[in-house]
Write a protein that binds this ligand. Structure first.
Ligand SMILES: [Zn+2]
Length: 59
């Protein structure tokens, strides 16, 4: 895959850089923070819980 920042064809990791999650190489990753996949997935899960909660309110 190609790095989102330098375009290098190498192994990429997800990094949070300036508020955006980018697939970058280890060199460009130093400009941001390693993106936590589990935390990233927590948001849509919470959204789902809200939907369940709202459907419960209808009863
Ligand atoms: Zn790079």
């Amino acid at each position: 895959m190609l790095c989102d920042m330098c375009g290098k064809d190498t192994k990429l990791s997800k990094y949070s850089i300036e508020g955006t999650v980018l697939n970058v190489c280890s060199v460009c990753g130093k400009y941001g923070q390693k993106f936590d996949e589990s935390r990233g997935l927590a948001y849509p899960k919470k959204k789902g819980l809200k939907k369940i909660f709202l459907s419960l309110l209808r009863w």
